[in-house]
Design a protein around this ligand. Structure first.
Ligand code: 8YV
Length: 313
């Protein structure tokens, strides 16, 4: 029995790649010198595809794969996967929720600490010798008693909330609907921004949330406020955020995601009131191994005719 043909658009962890190579005829589009020619050659045989959050799979690529049955992504986000194109053809899509929730929430808290206690500037203050020359570093504001507004209270948003409480912070949220939680509900991103000292974006990416955090919302967070984004760069009007950070209408920002990755806007990277992370919230060995294993296990379930572990939609 020939092994099913599998297309790798973006590689996953080494051990799981070895498992794929043992169970499928693997075609590495991610390594192809001429991806267009490579895809044309293998396309008729491809029954499954593996990708990651940053790569996804386009509608054109889906259309080029007439025998495609399943797309498995090593990410919780599916904004780079054309779900409509997959649904129209009955192509299954699987992602990797839950296994990355804690790591992503940890990075959100890390960015809150880095921005609110100005740890990046403090490091530079010591390293540059300014401490010896200019005296004590400026006082910052405490986390205790501050209001954290979470935009999007899904698994990751709720994990962030759970981490804020032990720091003595109050939690509010905005979501498509009220949830059975003990946090204050705000009906809109604008209302949440007006309420918040720290505004955390934890929504999915994609068309439905594009620029949801607008210039007006950014200004409502305000000169003493902090914006944290561990979701997708597309959720924020990045140009408006940069301008507000530059002229003081927004106090500070902690960002793990950007409008363009990996080339973050130079106007952003030169600011002193930001803490920046290279889209690495799920970037631990343990979590990326668990995500990759979910990819392998979902594919195995599909070809065994068993229920998928983490289907999307
Ligand atoms: C990375 C992520 O994009 O899970 C997501 O949606 O954003 C991250 O985990 C990457 O896809 C992990 O492979």
């Amino acid at each position: 029995m020939p092994l099913p043909d599998l297309l790798v658009l973006s590689m996953i962890r080494p051990d799981q790649m070895r498992q794929l190579e043992a169970a499928y005829t693997v075609h590495r589009l991610d390594l192809a010198e001429d991806p267009v020619a490579f895809l044309a050659e293998v396309a008729p045989r491809i029954r499954a595809a593996v990708t990651t959050g940053g790569r996804g799979i386009t509608a054109d690529e889906v259309a080029a794969l007439p025998a495609l049955e399943i797309v498995a992504t090593s990410s919780v986000g599916t904004d780079k996967i054309d779900l409509g194109a997959c649904a129209a053809r009955g192509i299954h899509v699987t992602n990797t929720p839950d296994v990355l929730t804690d790591d992503v929430a940890d990075i959100a808290l890390g960015l809150i600490l880095m921005t609110r206690r100005r740890l990046v500037e403090g490091h530079a203050y010591v390293a540059s010798g300014a401490w010896a020359q200019e005296g004590p570093f400026a006082l910052t504001s405490a986390l205790k008693g501050k209001k954290v507004g979470i935009l999007g209270l899904g698994r990751i948003g709720q994990a962030i909330a759970a981490r804020c409480l032990p720091f003595g912070m109050r939690v509010g949220y905005c979501a498509r609907s009220e949830k059975p939680v003990d946090f204050e509900f705000m009906p809109s991103p604008q209302a949440l921004a007006e309420w918040s000292d720290i505004f955390v974006i934890a929504t999915p990416g994609g068309a439905q949330t594009e620029a949801l955090v607008s210039k007006e919302v950014i200004e409502a967070i305000g000169p003493r406020g902090t914006l944290i984004n561990i979701a997708r760069g597309s959720v924020v009007d990045e140009a408006a955020m940069i301008a507000a950070l530059q002229d003081g209408r927004l106090g500070s920002a902690g960002l793990d995601v950007f409008a363009r990755e990996p080339e973050a806007d130079k106007a952003l990277t030169s600011l002193h009131n930001v803490a920046l992370s290279p889209h690495h919230a799920s970037g631990t060995v343990e979590t990326r191994d668990a995500m990759a294993q979910l990819v392998v296990d979902n594919l195995a379930a599909h070809f065994a005719g068993a229920p998928l572990l983490t289907p999307v939609g």
